[in-house]
Design a protein around this ligand. Structure first.
Ligand code: AMP
Length: 279
C-alpha cells in the first residue's frame, strides 16, 4: 500500500474531505512517534473501524513541563514510517512541522477526569494534551479517533472533552499491549537500564496482586497499602500514586465496584512509568 506523508494542514484536511465525499470514513491515531507494537495495535483497531487510517506523529511541547524529557524524547521518524508501512493498513501519516503559531494564546482547561492522579505531579499535562488533540481533530477531521487504555486517564479526558465541546468524532479505546513479562510497552521503556528493565514488570505484577486482593475481599485501603509496599520492595525508587477509582469518572472508591480501575505511576531512577488495570 502506498502511504502518503502530509505535513501541511490544508492538504491533510483536503484529503480527509475528499475521502468523505467518496463515502469513505477515516480514523486517526494520534501519537508522539517512536512507535512500538502498542501503537501498531491502535492502527489495526483503526483499520477495523474505518476505511482509511491516518497516524499523526507530533511531539507536543505544551504537554511537557520544563524539567521533563521534551528535548530527549526519542525521535525515530524513518523507523516509524517503515513500521507503519509494514502494517499494510495505514493510508497516511501526518507530521506537522509545528502546531502552534507564535501568537497562540488559547488552551483547553479540562477538569473532572483531568483532576488528580497524573495531574498531581504534572499540573499542566492534560491542558497540553487536550489542546493538541482538539487541534489535531481540526487538522484531521476524521470520523473516529483511537486512544490506548495504557493512558487511561488521558482516554477519559479526551472522551470528556469531545462530549463537553460537541466535537464530531467518536473516541474508541484500544487495549494495552504488554511485553511477555507484563510490562506495558512504552516509548519511555527505552530509557531503562538492564537492571531497571528487570524491575519494571513489578508494576503490573503489583496491580494484579492488588486486584486479586480487592476481589477477594481485602479492604481497599489495606490492599492499596500492600501494593505500594510491593512496588517499592520490588525496586522502584518512588511512587507517585496508586489509586482505586471509578472507571467512568476516576472518582476515588473506598469499596469494591465492578466498574473500577487501579491506576499507578512510579519512578525508576529518572524514568516515570504508568500503568492501570481494570477490575
Ligand atoms: P504515545 O505516543 O506513546 O504518547 O501514545 C500514543 C497512543 O498510543 C496513545 O493513545 C497511547 O495510549 C497509546 N499507547 C501507548 N502505549 C501503548 C500500549 N502499550 N498499548 C496500547 N496503546 C498504547
Amino acid at each position: 500500500m502506498h502511504m502518503q506523508r502530509f505535513t501541511d494542514k490544508t492538504a491533510m484536511q483536503n484529503q480527509i474531505n475528499s475521502w468523505k465525499a467518496d463515502g469513505l470514513t477515516t480514523a486517526i491515531v494520534p501519537t508522539m512517534g517512536n512507535l512500538h507494537q502498542g501503537h501498531l495495535s491502535l492502527v489495526r483497531t483503526a483499520a477495523d473501524h474505518a476505511d482509511k487510517v491516518i497516524v499523526s506523529i507530533y511531539i507536543n511541547p505544551a504537554q511537557f513541563a520544563a524539567h521533563e524529557d521534551f528535548d530527549t524524547y526519542p525521535r525515530s521518524h524513518d523507523a516509524d514510517f517503515s513500521l507503519l508501512e509494514k502494517t499494510g493498513c495505514c493510508d497516511g501519516i501526518y507530521v506537522p512541522d509545528t502546531m502552534y503559531s507564535d501568537s497562540h494564546a488559547t488552551m483547553i482547561m479540562p477538569e473532572g477526569a483531568a483532576d488528580g492522579l497524573e495531574a498531581e505531579k504534572r499540573p499542566h499535562f492534560f491542558r497540553g494534551v487536550a489542546t493538541i488533540v482538539l487541534k489535531l481533530f481540526n487538522h484531521v477531521p476524521a470520523d473516529i479517533a483511537i486512544f490506548g487504555e495504557k493512558d487511561f486517564q488521558q482516554l477519559l479526558v479526551i472522551k470528556q472533552m469531545v462530549a463537553d465541546l460537541d466535537v464530531p468524532i467518536n473516541i474508541i479505546a484500544s487495549p494495552t499491549i504488554r511485553d511477555v513479562d507484563g510490562l506495558a510497552l512504552s516509548s519511555r521503556n527505552g530509557y531503562l537500564s538492564a537492571e531497571q528493565r528487570a524491575i519494571a514488570p513489578t508494576l503490573y505484577a503489583s496491580l494484579q496482586q492488588v486486584r486479586h486482593g480487592i476481589i477477594s475481599g481485602t479492604p481497599i485501603e489495606q490492599a492499596i497499602a500492600a501494593g505500594k509496599q510491593q512496588i517499592l520492595d520490588g525496586g522502584f525508587d518512588s511512587l507517585d500514586y496508586l489509586g482505586y477509582c471509578n472507571r467512568a469518572d476516576l472518582q476515588p472508591l473506598s469499596h469494591y465496584s465492578e466498574q473500577s480501575v487501579l491506576l499507578v505511576a512510579a519512578r525508576l531512577g529518572t524514568t516515570r512509568l504508568i500503568d492501570n488495570l481494570s477490575l
